[in-house]
Design a protein around this ligand. Structure first.
Ligand code: ATP
Length: 332
């Protein structure tokens, strides 16, 4: 089975081909880079309008060159959550291709795809997942047909919080890699640490970090404190989720997951518990259509497709709204 994936939730205009028999994923992405500030929804949508058709056609022509018949068996697209204007263009692109090729359409939840790519590539059977991305931060665990949200941010996504801080100090988007770089070889600065039960909050620590820089603390030291506290909060709640569920498997998802310090905190926590820990490669952590194509293939195999006229996007689509159809009878 071969599936075309289309991703367009925020910054990545991306298309991918998943080839089931060889378990290979080919991804092509055009990244939106704001000239100033953070992601502007209108500019991001213009980027999608320009590049989604191009990456989709490029991947399709590669698929066609490898096939005697139809290039793909299904088209999967990110249905949400994300920026509405971008999602609408991803949906329109996917519908147009599915209709033209006369193949089924699959509507994928972007956050479940962040989880499933880790499960798929690790071979772990039922891991807990920490999704640390730009617009989201939550911990998911599977129970009775759904991915349950075991803990989540009470305010902003983790990457968005970091990016707001870096905008404040005048650094260009995205801020996460710059904070990671600045945090090496600098001193720890104490900042708020907010975990409430299974949930966490980033707004207080971000305000304190901005104030610290405004009051003369070296920005590198503030970056160090930010990373230590934010990632320790995520690690603490991930550990509690493992304990609560009795699971001994953790996978990481989302663009912030590319951070080496976060990976090393989670790895040592898992090592201390004797739990398996898996990090997909960077090309599967940041937004990408490969994860959409892979989950799309599982949903297609489970007959979990959507009619064109019922395939509206949902910018607030939560992972626990998704009936997990692909983990039962067909054992995917
Ligand atoms: P979502 O999946 O919630 O839609 P998104 O669309 O913002 O998220 P992602 O690619 O998952 O996209 O994540 C982007 C975020 O990752 C940005 O906020 C960016 O600053 C952050 N990021 C990228 N690299 C790093 C890094 N090395 N350390 C910390 N954060 C990083």
């Amino acid at each position: 089975m071969r599936v075309l994936g289309i991703e367009g939730t925020a910054w990545a205009a991306s298309a991918a081909l998943y080839d089931g028999p060889t378990d290979t994923v080919h991804i092509e992405t055009e990244a939106y880079q704001p000239e100033s500030g953070g992601i502007h929804p209108r500019e991001a949508a213009e980027h999608m309008a320009e590049y989604l058709p191009k990456v989709a056609e490029s991947v399709l022509s590669k698929a066609q060159a490898q096939s005697d018949g139809r290039p793909v068996d299904a088209v999967a697209f990110s249905r949400g959550p994300g920026l509405g204007p971008c999602l609408r263009l991803a949906g329109t692109t996917a519908r147009a291709v599915a209709q033209r090729l006369d193949v089924p359409l699959v509507g994928v939840n972007h956050m479940v795809a962040h989880l499933e790519i880790g499960r798929h590539r690790s071979g772990l059977s039922s891991p807990v997942c920490l999704n640390a991305s730009g617009a989201n931060a939550h911990i998911l665990g599977y129970r009775t047909g759904r991915y349950r949200v075991l803990g989540e941010t009470m305010d902003t996504g983790v990457g968005n919080a970091i990016d707001k801080f870096t905008r404040h100090v005048g650094w260009s988007h995205p801020g996460g890699p710059k904070v990671e770089q600045a945090a090496t070889d600098s001193e720890y600065v104490g900042l708020p640490y907010v975990v409430k039960g299974m949930d966490f909050s980033f707004s207080g620590i971000m305000s304190a970090a901005k104030d610290a820089v405004d009051n003369g603390t070296p920005v590198e030291d503030v970056c160090h404190g930010l990373q230590e506290n934010i990632f320790a909060m995520l690690t603490e709640v991930s550990e509690r989720a493992l304990s609560l569920t009795g699971s001994d498997e953790l996978v990481l998802g989302g663009g912030v997951g590319q951070n080496q310090r976060l990976q090393s905190m989670l790895a040592s926590m898992c090592a201390q518990r004797g739990a398996d820990f898996f990090v997909p490669g960077n090309r599967f952590l940041r937004d990408n259509a490969g994860m959409i194509a892979v989950l799309g293939s599982k949903m297609y195999a489970a007959d979990d497709t959507v009619a064109i006229d019922a395939s509206a996007i949902d910018s607030e689509f939560r992972p626990d709204q998704v009936p997990v159809t692909w983990r039962g009878a067909n054992k995917q």
